[in-house]
Design a protein around this ligand. Structure first.
Ligand code: ANZ
Ligand code: ZN
Length: 802
């Protein structure tokens, strides 16, 4: 027997929509809750069982918050610009606009089928001109503030597709689409000065409530490190090699310098380098690797010495060999390191590989086994000897500053954000280049700059955007001086639209502003944002930056967009592997819902294990959950308004209320569901179930299995909407075991009293009685013949006294 979910789930979904249950009253005076999930990219594959894990979790919270009396904003939309649609267009000739629209329809239908309580009237779609008009508008604000600039940077490039690739499109050094090894090329790109916000983005982390793993990722990505820049003169020349180091204290342990293969000194000194050919080969090999590979610890150390070139130690004047190696990154620090093999593991490996000296300057560790990177006391270091690392850092930095050989410096791993793509399916960058005026923004009333129609989606052979081929579109006039001018043909990256979508939800149909300032004041920040762990670095950082910028412009009331951020673990296939089409382990949510119902699907996704950990899909598991919901249905069929509720029943119910409430708030969804399961197990054997218990069960179940809860609710004869019912609160008085005072008699004479739980068992009470000295001095347990127990009042021990 299975409960008739297919009869009522669709009915409830339709009714919720009709009644407008989840429409936010944006002007409401109730306390607000803005709950956010990452809006999906509408891929051709449809919704994946991984998406709903975060969506259902926040839906549970949203439904609970409505019952708790909050005005809830729980919106959804689509992040619909991006590469897969464009790549699909290249393969099939179908316009990305059309495939995207079809995919969105399918996603909508699937999301509705899950019974998620989104306010669909606030849907935003990033590829719609009414939306991207404001993305363009914000970009122009940034441009006018000097936050956007054009610069020549190295990009990933696929020579077979003739296209520049985003980092996400480079898979193990090869083009994701065609497998050709990716090379790096210089190209003019629009950049956003996110680095100006590096400190603010670190400090802002202290004002929000993000899970620690996310805070850590944000910090690491920004990668602030304090240290010094030290200049090493090149022997026999005026030139200097500046290095950035976090450990100026180790200067006396420097054995050689290592430059990034792209370092400009190589070109400047080409006539001095005597092994130029071998050096070129090494540079060539490095250009084929990604920064990630180059920085990897596992990577074998490769490199070559620059013959004919020597540097001078800034303090001792010793001659130091200069090497190049790809473990030194061109765009970090100064692109050059002072190698200290004894105290930096990468330098140690490099020195081991090439037989270079390893000179200890800090005590500690075993240098035969690896570098000692810890703290300790300085040795072999002249005036630093005997100092501890932090003191030595200060002393050395002071000396370098006095002698003009270097200075304290803070460096960041964070780079400015490459904000242009040579692609079609993105927001056009609304700038015009004029010979006389330079880059000129389109006036606001010319926005949106609508993405023009194209026939060919393929980038030009020179790597420029497909838009560059539309001569009629590109030629325009300068908005400032009216002279002939040319449009920018790059488009924005997919990140652009997702940087501020939460703001638009607050006022999605506003035609004169991206959102009404009063509504922003009332609804920002997002109270709780949940999403996948894979988006906690870049998306979070970019949107925090965007929000800070808008805040500085006086356009958004809060510097941080999100108050609380949590993340869910990924759902893995039944074979414990990441689900993928090629592995054939993808579970289709539509099929699961058809077989077991949306409520089973929802409850199972919440029951699969700890929410922040990866979970493995299992058919057995969903069947178990389905049986649980069946049992709940069975209880409802035994509802009896006349049946009495015992104090025991009330206590058990209050325990369930407390556990479900607390565990849900802590995102311990799986154990919240187990407490419901345990509770109803007590009720299942009964012939009649008191309505009061079922009433509470409906409320507690509603966030998790809303269709079933609604159905039972009407079964109980209730006509008022369940979501308007107050969320149950535990009664503390009912949660504590009531205690009673029991008189202890020995052969009928009072020998003491005990404070015990009202429902204590006789055996336990007896063993406590024999601990009372006035009892144990008169009678031993062996001497007792029998006892008389009057529950809640007296226990009389009868037998032989000592
Ligand atoms: C000497 C030294 C001695 C270093 C020592 C470390 C330990 P973080 O903390 O990540 O900022 N470095 C500097 N520029 C680099 C580049 N372009 N590519 C690769 N490595 C680079 O790292 C700063 C340290 O990383 C710097 O401090 C430098 O090595 C290296 F016992 O200088 B150190
Ligand atoms: Zn002009």
């Amino acid at each position: 027997m299975t409960y008739p979910f297919s009869q009522f789930e669709v009915k409830w979904q339709a009714r919720w929509e009709e009644r407008g249950d989840f429409r936010t009253d944006i002007q409401s005076r109730k306390p607000k809750q803005f709950l956010l999930v990452e809006f999906p990219y509408p891929s051709g594959a449809g919704l994946h069982v991984g998406h709903p894990r975060g969506y259902v979790a926040m839906d549970v919270i949203a439904r609970k918050r409505r019952m708790e009396g909050f005005e809830v904003l729980f919106p959804i939309g689509f992040d619909s610009f991006g590469l897969p649609a464009e790549n699909h267009a290249l393969r099939t000739g179908i316009h990305p606009r059309d495939s995207t629209a079809a995919n969105i329809d399918r996603f909508r239908q699937q999301l509705r089928g899950l019974g998620l309580s989104f306010d669909w009237s606030r849907e935003v779609i990033t590829s719609e001109p009414e939306y991207y008009r404001w993305t363009q508008w914000m970009f122009l604000r940034a441009f006018r503030r000097g936050l956007a600039y054009k610069s020549r940077v190295l990009i990933n490039y696929c020579s077979s597709c003739n296209a520049s690739l985003a980092n996400e499109e480079v898979v193990q050094g090869a083009c994701e689409r065609c497998g050709t090894p990716v090379t790096r090329r210089m190209r003019d790109q629009w950049m956003l000065r996110i680095t100006r916000y590096a400190d603010a983005l670190i400090e802002g982390l202290d004002t929000v409530d993000f899970i620690p793993a996310v805070v850590e990722q944000q910090r690491n990505w920004i990668g602030r490190s304090r240290g010094a820049e030290i200049r090493f003169p090149v022997s026999g020349s005026e030139a200097c090699i500046p290095v950035f180091t976090t450990r100026p204290d180790t200067l006396f342990g420097v054995a050689h310098l290592v430059l990034a293969p792209e370092h400009p000194l190589l070109a400047d000194m080409a006539d001095r380098i005597t092994n130029l050919e071998a050096v070129r080969a090494c540079q060539e090999a490095a250009s084929r690797k990604s920064d990630l590979e180059r920085a990897s610890q596992e990577q074998a150390r490769t490199g070559i010495r620059l013959d004919g070139l020597e540097a001078l130690h800034p303090v001792t004047g010793a001659r130091l060999p200069v090497w190049i190696s790809d473990y030194v990154l061109a765009h970090y620090g100064t692109g050059a390191v002072m190698a200290v093999p004894a105290h930096d593991q990468r330098d140690w490996e490099f020195a081991r590989t090439f037989g270079l000296p390893i000179l200890r300057v800090v005590q500690g560790g075993d240098l035969d086994r690896g570098a000692f990177e810890g703290e300790g006391v300085l040795v072999n270091s002249s005036f630093l000897d005997g100092l501890k690392v932090p003191e030595a850092i200060r002393a050395m930095t002071a000396l370098l500053e006095r002698e003009g050989k270097g200075e304290a410096r803070t460096d960041y791993r964070l780079r400015d954000w490459v904000f242009s793509r040579q692609r079609y399916w993105g927001e056009p960058i609304p700038l015009v280049h004029c010979q006389a005026c330079g880059w000129v923004p389109l006036p606001d009333e010319k926005l949106p700059l609508v993405l023009p129609e194209v026939q060919a989606f393929r980038p030009s052979p020179d790597g420029s955007s497909p838009l560059a081929q539309l001569e009629d579109w590109v030629t325009t006039t300068c908005p400032d001086c009216g002279a002939p001018a040319r449009r920018e043909t790059d488009t924005m990256p997919q990140w652009a639209g997702s940087c501020w979508y939460f703001l638009r939800y607050i006022d999605p149909h506003n035609r004169t502003a991206f959102a009404d300032p009063h509504l922003l004041e009332r609804w920002m920040p997002v109270d709780w944002y949940n999403g996948g762990m894979e988006h906690t670095t870049l998306h979070l950082l970019y949107s925090r930056f965007w929000c800070r910028f808008l805040h500085d412009e006086g356009l958004v009331p809060t510097p941080e967009p999100y108050h609380r951020r949590t993340s869910h673990g990924m759902i893995l296939g039944p074979d414990s592997e990441k689900m993928s089409k090629s592995r054939g382990n993808v579970v289709n949510p539509d099929e699961v819902i058809a077989r077991h119902g949306a409520d089973s699907f929802r409850v199972f996704e919440m029951f699969m294990g700890d929410f922040d950990q990866p979970a493995i899909w299992s058919e057995q598991g969903i069947k178990g959950v389905h049986r649980f919901l069946n049992r709940v249905w069975g209880l409802a069929c035994k509802a009896d308004p006349g049946s009495e509720v015992s104090p025991q029943d009330l206590r058990r119910m209050n325990l369930a209320i407390r556990e479900v409430d607390q565990r849900t708030e802590r995102m311990k969804f799986n154990t919240a569901i187990s407490s419901l399961m345990e509770w109803i197990n007590d009720l299942v054997p009964r012939d009649r179930v008191p309505v009061l218990l079922l009433d509470t069960l409906c409320r507690l179940l509603y966030p998790y299995a809303p269709h079933l809860a609604e159905e039972i609710w009407t079964h109980l004869g209730r006509t008022d909407p369940l979501q308007a019912q107050p969320w149950p609160r535990p009664d503390p008085a009912l949660l504590v075991d009531p205690e009673v005072t029991v008189a202890i008699q020995v052969n009928g004479k009072l020998r003491g009293t005990l404070q015990v739980p009202a429902d204590i068992q006789e055996e336990e009470l007896l063993s406590m009685a024999f601990q009372v000295p006035a009892v144990s001095s008169r009678m031993s347990p062996d001497g007792m013949a029998r006892s008389v127990f009057v529950r809640g009042r007296i226990i009389n021990l009868i037998g032989q006294e000592n």
